[in-house]
Structure formats: C-alpha cells, structure tokens
Ligand binder design. Sequence first.
Ligand SMILES: Cc1cc2nc3c(=O)[nH]c(=O)nc-3n(C[C@H](O)[C@H](O)[C@H](O)COP(=O)(O)OP(=O)(O)OC[C@H]3O[C@@H](n4cnc5c(N)ncnc54)[C@H](O)[C@@H]3O)c2cc1C
Length: 373
Amino acid sequence: MDIGSALIIGGGIGGLTAGIALRQRGIPVEIIERDPDWTVYGVGIIQQMNVIRAMKELGVLDDYLARSYGFDSTTIYVGPGGVQDAHFNTPKLAGPDYPSNAGIRRTDLQKVLAGGAERAGAKVRLGLTVTDMQDDGTGVDVTFSDGSTGRYDVVIGADGVFSATRQAILPDAPKPHYTGQWVWRYNLPRPAHVDGIQIFAGPFNGGFVPMTEDLMYIFLLSTEPTTDFMPVAGAAAAMRDRATMVPPQFAAILDQITDDAGVVARPLETIMLDGDWHKGRIGLIGDAVHASTPHLAQGAGMAIEDGLVLADELTKAKSVDEAFAAYRARRMPRVAHVAKNSVRIGEMQMGKIPPFNVGELTGQTIGLMCQPI
Ligand SMILES: Cc1cc2nc3c(=O)[nH]c(=O)nc-3n(C[C@H](O)[C@H](O)[C@H](O)COP(=O)(O)OP(=O)(O)OC[C@H]3O[C@@H](n4cnc5c(N)ncnc54)[C@H](O)[C@@H]3O)c2cc1C
C-alpha cells in the first residue's frame, strides 16, 4: 500500500522512532510535539539488547553508542547485606562488535532520535497539538492548536500514557492506573566498578546504571499513598529518607544526594489496552496503549519496537485498517508480557501478592526480547 502522508502526535521516544522508520520507507512524515521547549529530564534510561538491535535498524547506532555507556552484564544483590545473588551477561543482538545493553541520558536519547528523524526528512513542529480529527474513511482531516489544518492518510498517536489521541478515538478504553510506587532517580559520578547494571532487590529496591564514562544514575522505589506532586524543595532529603534497609553499597553513596533540583521523582502509572489499538486510520503506539512500570526496563524498548513494526505493516498491508490490526497482533505477546509482569514485580515489592521467582521471570523476558520482532 502507498501511504502518501503520516502525522505522528507526540515527539517522544516512540513517535520519533516511528518517524525515522516511516521515512526509511519513503513515507512523508510530520511529527507534532506539544511541548514548545521539547523538554526531557536529565536522568537516564536502561536500554536492553532489543533496543540496541533497533537502533542499528534505525541507522542511528553509532551516534547512540557515542552518547551512551554500553555494557553486557547485570549483577543482582539481595537483602540488607547486599549479597551477590546473580551475575550474567546478555546476548549482543546488534552483533559481536556492539554491546548488549546501554545506559543513556534521556536528553541524549532524544538528541539521537530527533537528529535521526530530522536527517531522515521528518518535519517536526513544536508547541503544537491537535484540536480536531475527522476520519472520512479515505483520509483524516486534522485541525491543530495554531489553527492550521492538514489531511493525512494515517495518524499515529504517540502521546504517552495520558494520550489525548486514545481518549479521542477510544473513549471507553481503560484509564491509567497508579500502582502505588514512585521511582526516585539521581545522577552521580560513575565509580569504575559500575560497568554494568547493579540491582538491589528486597527489602530495599534500587540500583546503579552507568550512563557515560563519567556518570551513572541511581534509582530507588518507594511506596506512596498518592500521585500528588512532590515539591522540589527538600527533595534530596526526601529521597534519602526513602532509602531504608539499604545494602552497604547503596548506603555508601547516600550522602552524595544533596541537590534538590537533581532529584527526579515520578509516580508509576500504567495502562494496557487488551482491546482495539486503533479506529479507522488513527492508531496508537507506545505508552498510549501499554505503559508499563520500569521493573523490566522495557517501556521505551516496547515503544521503539512499536514504531518499527507499525512502519513495516503500513508498507506491507493492503489497507491502513489491516496494517493497524497486523501491527497489534505482532506486538501483543511482547508488550502484554512486559506490561503485566512489570506490574506484578511492583506488587510483590509492595507485599500485595506472594513472592515469586523474579530471576526466572527475568530469564523468560530476556529470551522473549531476543526473539525477532
Ligand atoms: C520512572 C520511570 C522509569 C523508566 N525507566 C525506563 C527504563 O529504564 N527503560 C525503559 O525502556 N523504559 C523506562 N521507562 C518507560 C519509558 O519512559 C516509556 O515507556 C517511554 O517514554 C514511552 O515512550 P512514548 O513515546 O510512548 O511516550 P512519552 O515518552 O511519554 O512521549 C510522549 C510525547 O508526546 C507528547 N505529547 C503528549 N500529549 C501530546 C499532545 N496532545 N499533542 C502533542 N504531543 C503530545 C509529550 O510531550 C511527549 O513528548 C520508565 C518510565 C518511568 C515512569
């Protein structure tokens, strides 16, 4: 099928990926982003082997690796004593010369993907959202917040967990759900021994992630009654206060958490659409359809893969409707696994469900993520 024009709503991780993938197939792409400053917070993100493979497919892997810290190993420590429980290397899906995984600053990931999208010829418009969409079966007429209009063969909502596109096309879909946990993150100088992910599991849950030669970010999870905004003033002390029953490795860096403005704390809100992911010529990708918690560190990975698979189906299928249906069928086993099991780990950490073998689940997840998409 020939797609003459595509509109992507949301210039985040999924939207930019879809933009590059569509341009690789020669499809004209416009990306609109609500935030006029295109702000991304400065802490990092864990990206596993399937993301490194995807970056290669998108043609941005060299730029990506130049800005990130590639690594192969994961080490898991358990209990208040911080005793090593597991240490393993994961497969190198981009080839033997590339690392298995990477940690990267979110600001740098955005530079890589935005640079890739712009080089590929996607048109990006900032400070813009959609005020009206009318799908007449042969195209979608869109009105933007600046009063301009356009007509597109396909519209892709990549506008995150609180997606306005989802609300517009699937008003009866489930709403985002607060899991009860927050994640607190902070950047610190990277000690030489943090050359892979280090996870601390139960009763304290947190970790260290290398991001560059010089920097790592640390994270910890806490249980909180609400999603109410946490004030910046006092954030460093608030983060240190949440670090209870910490293993000695984490205790050793606690007094370095001093800058209130450097603390990034976020509630975990999830959604998983088991039903439709599209209506007519308008469909959804990424957190707009399946926002997981970070417990399996695959939310962004799933958004990135969505972009690749949807672009593939839009060129292969006979109609947009068929393409969206085929994309959902291909994506469902992976995203449902990530979304549902991420939430389960958090529920176990909060004592809401009985303990289960997270190591076994991690092994299953890595196996699944290594499968072709
Ligand atoms: C605390 C935390 C830690 C995480 N850690 C990891 C990790 O280590 N590894 C991992 O893989 N994933 C992680 N994730 C998940 C990951 O951040 C998300 O899955 C990913 O950002 C989803 O990408 P997206 O493009 O779908 O949505 P988003 O990144 O939310 O992007 C949506 C974009 O759309 C824009 N937008 C919103 N509404 C509109 C509108 N109406 N019009 C125009 N633009 C709009 C937004 O401004 C934004 O730029 C984590 C998530 C959280 C909360």
